[in-house]
Design a binder for this molecule. Structure first.
Ligand SMILES: [Zn+2]
Length: 133
């Protein structure tokens, strides 16, 4: 759905002008993310397979209530995933970095970076923990 200027301005301030997910301040080019995606997860399409263009799979989810303000990297990374699927992907970051990036493994060996196992909490969840209301 196309948001009015007022709706877009209100959505931008939903979490104090910060990305709902990583908490970084939103720049001028922030995205309105659908919390529950309006298209089916289309990893096969992203992997380069050709699929005919289609409309949203879940048009009833295209509402302001189902939107969060997101920085472009978070919105692009989340893409058509649910929050819980995306959380699993984010939680695997250390495993993937350690497996795939020799510079990261070297930084680990020399103590320049440290792994931790804290759970992935989105910014809006951190806010809710601080101010349960
Ligand atoms: Zn973000």
């Amino acid at each position: 759905m196309a948001l009015t200027k007022a709706q877009r301005a209100a959505l931008r301030e939903k979490f104090g002008g910060r990305c709902a997910y990583c908490g970084q301040p939103l720049g001028d080019r922030w995205h309105a993310d659908h919390i529950e995606p309006i298209v089916r997860n289309d990893w096969y399409q992203r992997a380069g397979f050709s699929i005919p263009q289609r409309g949203p799979d879940y048009p009833h989810r295209d509402t302001l209530e189902n939107m969060n303000p997101a920085c472009p990297p978070c919105n692009i990374d989340k893409h058509s995933m649910s929050l819980e699927d995306w959380r699993v992907i984010i939680a695997r970051s250390n495993e993937v970095l350690t497996r795939d990036v020799s510079t990261f493994r070297r930084a680990l060996r020399y103590g320049l970076v440290q792994l931790n196992t804290k759970p992935v909490l989105f910014y809006f969840e951190q806010l809710a923990q601080k101010d349960p209301s």
